[in-house]
Design a protein around this ligand. Structure first.
Ligand code: SAM
Length: 300
């Protein structure tokens, strides 16, 4: 047995030596690994405050979008508006504006990044027939303010009318809406502050507290034909249908109606109301969809 055991011993010794040599070889590698770990930690710590410009903290939705999302929105915008160069330019400008408005304003803009950027980009590119804009459901007025800025960038003189209950928090029939992610109460003072961020046109905006289906509200706001109507108030099918019926009466010939949250899985009532509405007698023609908004144009 001795030659066999000697052979085994030799093999074990060779293995042990190899292990020791390898572990010695790893000493500098381990030091390098530790240094890399430390560098990564430092970078992560530095990155966190930069992420605060874009992440969901304090606004509910992250603004950190991706190249494919941007490209998709640009393609959809190009299809709806027929202006690819304009779509690329407006998407970049609207994205920067969204970040800036939420950084400076009270509250937030509601919804996903590409949906907001899509609306801000599409409306000026669709070249509405006049500068009267009606926003049904404004929350903090920040989207309306941003839209004023985007319209002015194309040489327009927007005049904004807003209707919203401004009841301290978002009201949504049939949906449980908790405390807002921004922590800010929904009130007229917040809307005014946000509108003031975009200069004279913002400061001059007309704010009507109330519900869009209220006959008194309708009588007050039906004093003009609107080149743009943003339907973003009551998201139930009945609420959207009521807003679409009112829009038929007050939209200018060739005017644009934007249906927010169109096709959004959380708000099935919007598409349901649209489909029902389009089977009836209507002045509106569907232009297409960008992210979760549908665009319609009234016949000229
Ligand atoms: C989704 S938020 C609007 C978001 C805003 N357009 C934006 O882009 O940030 C919906 C708003 O509509 C309001 N609202 C609910 N029912 C309404 C109604 N019948 N008429 C007008 N506004 C209504 C809600 O209280 C809320 O402020």
């Amino acid at each position: 047995m001795r030659p066999v055991t000697e052979l085994i011993d030799q093999r074990i010794e060779r293995q042990a030596r190899r292990i020791v040599q390898n572990s010695l070889k790893n000493v500098p590698q381990n030091a390098e690994y530790d240094a890399l770990q430390q560098e990564l930690k430092t970078l992560r710590n530095r990155q966190r405050p930069l992420e605060l410009f874009f992440d969901e903290t304090g606004r509910g939705s992250s603004r950190l979008t991706s190249a494919p999302n941007l490209d998709r929105a640009i393609s959809q915008l190009a299809e709806v508006t027929g202006d690819r160069d304009g779509a690329e330019r407006n998407v970049a400008q609207a994205f920067r504006l969204l970040i800036a408005m939420e950084a400076l304003g009270v509250g937030r803009i509601a919804g996903g990044t590409m949906n907001i950027v899509g609306k801000l980009s599409a409306v000026p590119l669709l070249d509405p027939p006049n500068d009267e804009i009606l926003e049904i459901g404004t929350l903090y007025g920040m989207f309306g303010a941003a839209l004023i800025r985007m319209m002015e960038r194309t040489g327009r003189d927007p005049s904004l009318t807003i209707v919203d209950p401004l009841a301290g928090k978002q009201l949504q029939p049939g949906a449980a809406v908790g405390k807002d992610a921004s922590g800010a109460p929904v009130r007229e003072a917040a809307v005014r502050t946000n509108l003031a961020l975009v200069g004279a046109a913002g400061a001059g905006a007309r704010i009507q507290q109330g519900f869009s289906e209220d006959p008194e509200v309708r009588a007050l706001l039906s004093d003009r034909s609107y080149g743009v109507i943003i339907v973003d108030g009551d998201h139930s099918a009945a609420g959207v249908e009521a807003d679409l019926q009112w829009a038929e009466q007050i939209v200018a010939p060739g005017g644009i109606v934007v249906l927010d949250d169109f096709g959004h899985p959380k708000w099935p009532g919007i598409k349901e109301a649209f489909e029902k509405h389009m089977t009836g007698d209507t002045r509106l023609k569907f232009l297409g969809q960008v992210a979760h908004s549908g665009y319609l144009r009234a016949e000229a």
